[in-house]
Design a protein around this ligand. Structure first.
Ligand SMILES: Nc1nc2c(c(=O)[nH]1)N[C@@H](CN(C=O)c1ccc(C(=O)N[C@@H](CCC(=O)O)C(=O)O)cc1)CN2
Length: 305
């Protein structure tokens, strides 16, 4: 079993996302060295047009991750009251810039901007977030190019946890474009790390617990703190908690997930913590997508991991 799985007596194993992300970064750093010896330095542009402090933190973390593995990063920050055309022009400039292999538009964008329109403007070959309709379509039709980072990270965590995905009964709680829908498609596609039977539940699902209780794998990305509790889960299952909800003030402020960790970890076989589970994997997979984008644009063949 992977070293990233921490055994706990009489409780669920903990799937350590920080440890798996560190493994991914190590592999990415090796790939960057190979690309550099072929004359290619991968470059990522991050674009922030929001006052959301969490988004500012995530972008800073992504820049730091890039520096750690040898990816050049460039940051563009736009005022939230700037016209939408300024954002669109920025995206066009980055599309045309040969030093930039990947473009990341941090979501959510400020309310005054048409977010889907902005995402459609990103060159699909530089769309390391996998949000452009061309990349979404490729994932849905079973020919993925860039897959959104959180679903990719979740798939990797499940593999590390030793979950046999072919034939597994996977319940995804949440139908967002960011996580729920792409994850469902990723695990439904053909392949050794996929071929699952996937059910997507959401806020209008009748009897959510009936679904979660029969699943081998439950992934919760609903944005509702502690929505899923131990009594909605079964022994033998693996739980991936995508939620990151800040609760409390000052010294009492902490992050909690969409799963009630205490009760769930007394029932299930393995679970991701919050923080330290899916979040670090989202960032690690962005690095992986960026080096793949750089290799494709430079026509350098990479061994698949
Ligand atoms: N363009 C994108 N925007 C957003 C994405 C995305 O994949 N692409 N995902 C989320 C936020 N997100 C990435 O941007 C993200 C969330 C959380 C973390 C993370 O490392 N979380 C840590 C805790 C960090 C903290 O202390 O606050 C953890 O869970 O351990 C990284 C990235 C929405 N927007």
């Amino acid at each position: 079993m992977s070293e990233a799985i921490k055994r706990r007596a009489d409780r669920a194993d903990v799937i350590d996302g920080e440890a798996v992300a560190a493994q991914v970064r190590e592999t990415v750093a090796e790939t960057v060295e190979r690309l550099q010896s072929a004359g290619v330095t991968p470059g990522l542009a991050t674009v922030l047009m929001s006052d959301d402090p969490a988004s500012e933190t995530y972008v800073r973390m992504k820049q730091r991750d890039c520096a750690d593995v040898g990816i050049e990063s460039r940051h563009v920050e736009l005022d939230t009251d700037a016209p939408q055309s300024e954002l669109f022009e920025t995206i066009e400039e980055l599309n045309d810039d040969p030093a930039i292999d990947g473009i990341l538009i941090q979501r959510p964008l400020t309310d005054s901007v048409d977010e889907p329109a902005a995402l459609r403007r990103v060159d699909p070959a530089k769309d390391v977030d996998g949000f452009h309709p061309e990349n979404v379509g490729r994932l849905v039709t079973g020919d993925p190019r860039f897959v959104p980072c959180t679903p990719l990270g979740i798939q990797r965590l499940l593999v590390e946890a030793g979950v046999e995905l072919p034939g597994a009964d996977v319940v995804v709680v949440g139908r967002s474009e960011l996580v729920g829908k792409p994850l469902a498609n990723l695990l439904l596609n053909r392949g050794d790390d996929a071929d699952a039977t996937v059910t997507v539940c959401h806020s209008k699902t009748d009897d959510l617990a009936a679904h979660t209780a029969r699943a081998d794998v439950v992934v919760v990305a609903a944005g509702v703190p502690e929505l899923v509790t131990g009594e909605m889960l079964s022994s033998g299952s693996t739980v991936i908690d995508v939620g990151i909800n800040a609760v409390g003030e000052g010294d009492d402020r902490k992050l909690i997930g969409d799963v009630d960790y205490e009760s769930a970890s007394q029932v299930v076989d393995a679970i991701t913590p919050v923080p330290g589970g899916v979040g670090p994997m989202t960032r690690a997979m962005l690095l992986k997508n960026t080096v793949q984008a750089a290799a494709r644009q430079a026509d350098v063949e990479l061994e698949t991991e």
